[in-house]
Design a protein around this ligand. Sequence first.
Ligand SMILES: [Zn+2]
Ligand SMILES: [Zn+2]
Length: 165
Amino acid sequence: MTDANYSDSTIVTISAVDWERLVIEACRNGQIRLTKPRRAIIAWIAGQHTLFSTEALAAAVATLPERIGRATAYRMVEQLRETGWLSRIRTERGSYAYARTLPGHHHHAICTRCGATLIIEGCAALDTLYALLETHGFVVQNHILELTGRCRQCRLAEAARRSGA
Ligand SMILES: [Zn+2]
Ligand SMILES: [Zn+2]
């Protein structure tokens, strides 16, 4: 389906370059109308390695030579979310932020320090929970699951700080 790199059976990593290429392909296939300003928005999002807010995107693209307006930036984020290329995440402060993802059903593990995101493919990890609920007569029809924590890099940085480096 995609060129995403399967580092093991369940965690998908996708580079910024691959994400940008796949989104542009999807646009060309008619998912999203591709204009010069929209291309610039896609490029800016591809360059983000952490969560970003629509405010940050709008502020950044307003300064580009294309002078992209707020409404265009917001509409593009909505379209990328509807077509599955962005995931909307509620932050600990209660506001919304966005992370690059791939279309389809995925879960995300998000670093609350830097916003780095791991995409989790498949829901097999929930089998035990489903079985447990069934013993209580509950049949699960749908689920939403996002995990938050610390990424490897942030944990290493924190450990280095603690050791007084
Ligand atoms: Zn992190
Ligand atoms: Zn799932």
